[in-house]
Design a protein around this ligand. Structure first.
Ligand code: GLC
Length: 553
């Protein structure tokens, strides 16, 4: 494998860092994060080692769904800055080698968007068909209601124009009618606008909802995704779509563009994520191992995006009721920690009881899983949540820069948590000075992940370990091999792995000092501490481990 591939197909082993400008850093002392503040922190992000920033929505919004309700797709929420600030930020990010993608939320608009105001003004409004209308409330399937805490239907009556409109999410988020060619054109124009300002792609919000109404306009709803991707590639070959597609694996592969890989570049692995949590709850690697064995291989130049937490609830919707209950009991037993009957509104460290060893193991597992890791701001320092905030906002709290918070000199837009995860206990400044901190651990993991393209680019094999608490896998690319093992339980374990094709090799630890020998029968014994993790590079006899990584061919 030539390393030059990793610059063309850069996303395959990128490290994606999701942040909300609003809660990252306040640059003008008004309590709201902004582009100026974010730009001042760019060297922190570059130093962490992440390679791609994903910005949550930063567009004008009435803010009834934290910016996922947009009133103008071509501009910046004035609270966060100006287009000028945005361009300055982009330039600085690019200078530090960081790519930037942004949320593309075009399944719906805000009901305050001028398009919707015009559409609802009269049945014969030229924009009427930009949204989805019906004379009667279509039969509702309760399973279609995404936010059951606030909604019980996906149709809302518009008194003024006397029809019902479709809203897959909140009633103030009417669905755009993507079957209308003008709407599809406008969406393309939005992509083109932000790409011209330097974006390398988009995280596509709610993809299945976006295309569900396109038929019968297009032969297949998926043609719309292929059209978008083709447009992007024409304009800028390196651009990507990162899709929020939480469906079963067998349906998911169609979103990559079956066989062709011409639709969504990377899809989040929601199934692997949920099974990883179940495995952690049980200290049993079996569910995660089964998911990874079952997970389809994406088409060439497509990739899985792996994650443990994001800005939404930790959804457990793909587990059985019993399994979900197990995860609830282990990581969020109180009603107030749960949401929508399917998820948890907590961050990872609190769920793992603040146990640093276990937290480090979880992130080591994340960075070693085959795919492109995506992290949510604050994970690198182990921020907790603030349950006093409403719903999913509990995890979207101000970034903790220093002992006194450091997010803003004014009253912050969202409350800072108190207690053992408050800024005086968890902050960037302290962890920079502490070589054992989680922040330093993240830096090491990211450095090693980038040095081991096998992890993301290679073929992976889940290994038998003989111990249910230990998850082990190997990744092979062009004759180079990395072996990884994680102990999900709190007692030391020793496993014996069989490693075909590398008998007589030496394994060298990449996260600590250590080696292990693979016998001439291909067996190796690996001791693991409680919640221990090991990443090992295989090197043939007389070749140094430094020279055993992927070769150019
Ligand atoms: C996606 C986002 C979520 C938002 C919803 C509606 O699921 O991740 O935060 O509320 O779409 O736009």
């Amino acid at each position: 494998m030539r390393l030059t591939y990793t610059s063309d197909v850069w996303w395959k082993n990128a490290v994606v860092y999701c942040l909300d400008v609003e809660t990252f850093k306040d640059g003008n002392d008004d309590g709201v994060g902004d582009f100026r503040g974010l730009t001042q922190q760019i060297d922190y992000l570059a130093g962490l080692g992440v390679t791609c920033l994903w910005l949550m929505p930063f567009f004008p919004t009435p803010n009834r769904d934290d910016g996922y309700d947009i009133t103008d797709f071509y501009s910046i929420d004035p609270r966060l800055g100006t287009l000028g600030d945005f361009v300055e930020f982009m330039r600085t990010a690019h200078d530090r080698g960081l790519r930037v993608i942004a949320d593309l939320v075009v399944n719906h608009t805000s009901d305050q968007h001028p398009w919707f105001k015009e559409a609802r003004s009269a049945k014969d409004s030229p924009r009427r068909d930009w949204y989805v209308w019906s004379d009667k409330p279509e039969p509702d399937n309760p399973e279609q209601v995404v936010f059951p805490d606030k909604e019980d239907s996906i149709w809302e009556y518009d008194k003024g124009s006397r029809q019902y409109y479709l809203h897959s999410f909140y009633r103030h988020q009417p669905d755009l009618n993507v079957a209308n060619p003008e709407v599809r054109d406008e969406i393309t124009r939005i992509l083109g606008f932000w790409m011209e300002l330097g974006l390398s792609g988009f995280r596509v919000d709610a993809v299945p909802f976006l295309i569900e109404n396109v038929a019968p306009e297009l032969a297949s709803p998926h043609d719309f995704l292929a059209d978008l991707r083709a447009f992007m590639t024409r304009r800028k070959g390196e651009s990507i779509l990162l899709g929020e597609v939480n469906v079963a694996y067998k349906d998911l592969v169609t979103y990559f563009g079956e066989g062709l890989g011409d639709q969504i570049t990377m899809c989040f692995d929601f199934i692997g994520m949920q099974k990883a949590w179940l495995s952690m709850a049980r200290s049993d690697a079996t569910p995660l191992a089964a998911a990874l064995r079952e997970r389809p291989k994406p088409p060439k130049d497509c990739q899985w995006a792996v994650f443990l937490r994001n800005h939404d609830e930790l959804t457990l919707d793909k587990l059985t009721d019993e399994e979900r209950e197990e995860v609830f009991q282990a990581f969020g037993p109180e009603k107030d920690m749960q949401i929508f009957g399917r998820g948890l509104r907590r961050r990872l460290p609190t769920m793992l009881g603040g146990d640093l060893r276990r937290i480090k193991m979880a992130y080591s597992l994340l960075f070693s899983l085959p795919g492109t890791p995506v992290i949510f701001y604050g994970e690198e320092i182990g921020m907790g949540e603030n349950l006093a905030e409403e719903g999913r906002m509990a995890v979207r709290i101000p970034m903790q820069w220093s002992e006194d918070g450091g997010f803003s000199r004014a009253e912050p837009v969202r409350e800072i948590p108190e207690g053992s995860f408050a800024p005086d206990r968890v902050n960037v400044a302290d962890q920079k000075r502490d070589t054992d901190s989680l922040l330093r651990w993240f830096q090491l993991l990211i450095e090693r992940y980038r040095e081991c393209p096998e992890l993301a680019w290679g073929d992976y094999t889940v290994l038998e370990t003989g111990h249910k608490a230990v998850f082990a896998h190997r990744c092979d690319a062009d004759g180079a091999t990395v072996v990884v093992a994680h102990n999900l339980c709190d007692t030391a374990q020793e496993v014996e792995l069989t490693l075909e094709g590398i008998d007589g090799y030496q394994l060298t630890d990449l996260l600590a000092d250590g080696t292990a020998e693979v016998s001439d029968k291909g067996a190796v014994r690996l001791p693991l501490g409680p919640h221990g993790s090991r990443w090992l590079r295989a090197s043939p006899p007389r070749i140094s481990p430094e020279d055993a990584s992927v070769k150019s061919r």
